[in-house]
Design a protein around this ligand. Structure first.
Ligand code: FE2
Length: 262
């Protein structure tokens, strides 16, 4: 009797999304992704729709696999909010997050997968600043005289050793205490240990600087909290950053390490 009564009762209408065939998806755990993806209209930007649909697909899969509790999900939202609030003109916590999650390298690597023989690329990192001062070759970018002096020089060539004159080298690094100028406002001079150089007609570039030392990534923010919870080491070996660009060539972001840093 109970079954018969249930059959007669009209079923409440659920919110649905239409399939192209005219059939409808209900919001269930199984069909959640399709319901969201099918909300897009006919004028949707194709590339944006592709990217957002893919994001929805993977984030729904993540929720289904990890099954976060409501307070854990809220923690995640607050975590991203904190990350945004920490990001300013002088600090980019989101880039740092992207770096430590391996996403930055994953975005870069397939884009350069066909290269061979060139200097290896790496991520931009959170400490690059646009419009660093331009210097003549040989100039010293250590503005406070602190640290052991180092002379850096090299040549700009393409893969076939052909000279690239006029290549622009944007360089930046941490000081001997392991901090970038943007991490020590008021302690280091602004634009300390960073500058832009141009390779000469014999393809050479050179500058003086302070010998770099290993340095921790910034650990006083949301990313640092995650590294601590994961028991991850936050130190990076001593290095110099380079962004190299020249007309008719793809821009290269790379870094070099000192040979004596463990
Ligand atoms: Fe760095």
């Amino acid at each position: 009797m109970a079954k018969a009564a249930a059959k007669k009762k009209p079923v409440a209408k659920k919110k649905t999304a239409k399939k192209k065939s005219g059939a409808k998806y209900y919001f269930t755990v199984k069909d959640s992704m399709k319901v969201v993806q099918d909300r897009s209209g006919p004028k949707a930007n194709k590339r944006v729709k592709f990217l957002v649909d893919s994001l929805v697909k993977h984030i729904h899969a993540f929720v289904k696999e990890a099954r976060p509790a409501k307070d854990e999900w809220m923690y995640g939202i607050n975590y991203l909010t904190r990350t945004g609030h920490l990001s300013t003109e002088w600090r980019q916590e989101f880039i740092l997050l992207s770096d430590v999650l391996g996403v930055s390298m994953l975005v870069e690597t397939p884009n350069h997968g066909k290269m061979s023989g060139e200097t290896e690329l790496t991520v931009l990192g959170p400490f690059h600043i646009a419009h660093a001062p331009q210097y003549q070759n040989g100039a010293n970018i250590c503005l406070d005289g602190k640290g052991k002096s180092v002379y850096v020089h090299g040549e700009g060539t393409n893969r076939k050793s052909k000279t690239i004159a006029g290549a622009k080298l944007d360089v930046w690094q941490a000081n001997e205490d392991g901090f970038y100028d943007v991490q020590q406002k008021g302690i280091q001079p602004d634009m300390n240990l960073r500058g832009v150089f141009t390779s000469d007609d014999k393809r050479r570039y050179s500058f003086r600087s302070a010998y770099p030392r290993h340095c921790p990534i910034p650990c006083d923010g949301s990313v640092g909290g995650m590294l601590k919870a994961l028991d991850r080491n936050s130190n990076r070996p001593a290095h110099l950053h380079f962004m190299v660009s020249a007309s008719d060539y793809e821009k290269l972001v790379t870094h070099i390490f000192t040979s004596d840093c463990q």
